[in-house]
Design a protein around this ligand. Structure first.
Ligand SMILES: Nc1ncnc2c1ncn2[C@@H]1O[C@H](COP(=O)(O)OP(=O)(O)OP(=O)(O)O)[C@@H](O)[C@H]1O
Ligand SMILES: [Mg+2]
Length: 416
């Protein structure tokens, strides 16, 4: 996927270095317009990992992202540089299928690990927008369409196995960031680990009960195996509400650096899990109603779009080697049955991965900001406890939440 960076070539660029770097790229300089000294370079890094700057010129803007040799917020946590290379490769793989549901890749520099994409000027990060009480009624449906259009065409449902293997194999080497997911999402929260933390001692008993529950441990183990062995399609790998930017009806997915082959329900589960946390965190009843609406819209549109892409591929004889067209072209009833089963399995994965996301975002290393909406610490802990209890039931008693719609109903009752 990436050739190793020449150790002498890499350096972390400061705003002056960014200006010089962009000035040396004619297409990027033309996009910005004017002379480099009038370009405005300002930092917008707000995540854990990379430096991100927006650059504006008289003619337009770009977004500049550079990997650092360590975690941005923890210089002692060393990390290889290749994550922007995976993000560039993800954009190349999915942009032809998802179009303007993500950003255009403008440039990638393999020595400096610099990624340049179009600037989403005037957009806000969905998590921040929701926390401020904003409403983007089209966003969840757009993310459902995004997941369908990024996963179906990159799966063996749409591709010959040789093509699927060639596409997916390089992403299976996204070891650094997949290790973060394996540790921080799927493992650490279920045993004592120095990186774990939670809001207050009031949550101690809930965390202890979760860890002690054999049904939880069995389901978590099963989801670890699903994540690592079920390579259904190319995933975004980090599809939370902080990886979505919105403006009016325009919805864009950003930050595909965690891309990997995996179970489609992982992408769905992260998005649903973050909407569920927003549901428990937001004090406003109308905000809670919108979170429930968005979970339903996301899932409905994902399922519809995925099914339509699949049905059309079979009808045109352009399906891949899995559920191959010759078996189903003249048997729509059987096609419908296998589609229903396939999507029901993704739904079950989605619910379980959403539970894992809630647990790791309240008891693991990286938390979500949504709960900061509740200023009183005891009240905040109580809402987190309610979210954790729901997550526990989603894992240990799956019969209570067999579908996204049943999950929505139970979540609504618990969050009221
Ligand atoms: N194309 C863009 N246009 C405008 N702003 C952007 C764009 N891409 C990212 N941003 C802003 O920069 C911030 C950081 O971007 P991004 O999430 O890609 O960085 P990251 O270092 O990978 O974060 P994390 O550690 O959460 O993975 C975003 O939250 C957003 O505010
Ligand atoms: Mg990121």
């Amino acid at each position: 996927m990436t050739r190793p960076a020449s150790p002498t070539a890499y350096r972390t660029l400061d705003p002056a270095g960014i200006r010089a770097f962009l000035a040396a790229q004619p297409a990027l300089a033309a996009r910005l317009g004017g002379q480099p000294d009038v370009w405005r370079v300002h930092e917008v890094s707000d995540g854990n990992l990379n430096n991100v700057f927006l650059v504006d010129g008289p003619a337009g803007g770009i977004c500049f992202k550079q990997s650092l040799p360590h975690v941005r917020v923890d210089p002692n946590w060393k990390m290889p540089l290749d994550r922007t290379a995976f993000e560039a490769a993800y954009l190349r793989a999915v942009r032809p299928h998802v179009g303007d549901l993500t950003t255009e890749l403008l440039h990638f520099d393999p020595d400096l690990f610099v990624l340049v994409v179009e600037s989403l000027d005037g957009h806000v990060v969905l998590r921040h927008g929701l926390m401020q009480g904003g409403d983007w009624p089209d966003a969840a449906a757009a993310i459902g369409r995004f997941v369908a259009r990024a996963t179906f065409p990159t799966s063996p449902l749409a591709l010959k196995f040789e093509d699927a293997s060639t596409l997916l194999a390089p992403f299976a080497r996204n070891h650094t960031l997949t290790r973060i997911t394996v540790d921080l999402v799927l493992t650490d929260p279920y045993h004592p680990h120095p990186r774990n933390r939670w809001l207050s001692p009031e949550l101690d008993a809930t965390v202890a009960a979760l860890r002690a529950d054999p049904a939880v441990r069995r389901r978590v183990g099963q989801m670890q195996a699903r994540f690592l062995t079920c390579q259904q399609a190319l995933l975004h790998g980090d599809l939370h509400t902080g990886s979505v930017m919105v403006s009016g009806s325009d919805t864009r997915v950003i930050d595909g650096e965690f891309a990997l082959p995996g179970p489609i329900g992982f992408d769905c589960g992260l998005f649903v899990g973050n909407l569920l946390m927003h549901l428990f965190a937001t004090p406003a009843p109308e905000g809670r109603a919108r979170a429930l609406r968005d979970i339903d819209r996301f899932w409905t549109h994902f399922r519809q779009d995925f099914t339509t892409l699949w049905t059309n591929a079979i009808a045109c004889g352009q399906s891949g080697d899995a559920y191959a067209a010759p078996l189903f072209r003249d048997d729509p009833a059987s096609l419908q049955q296998v589609q229903t089963q396939f999507l029901d399995d993704i739904e079950a994965d989605t619910i379980a991965f959403a539970a894992l996301e809630i647990i790791r975002r309240t008891t693991g290393y990286a938390h979500v900001a949504d709960f900061d909406l509740i200023t009183d610490r005891t009240a905040r802990a109580a809402r987190q406890e309610a979210a954790l209890r729901l997550a526990r039931d989603m894992l240990a008693e799956p019969a209570r939440t067999p579908t996204i719609s049943a999950l929505g109903a139970l979540a609504a009752a618990r969050a009221a």
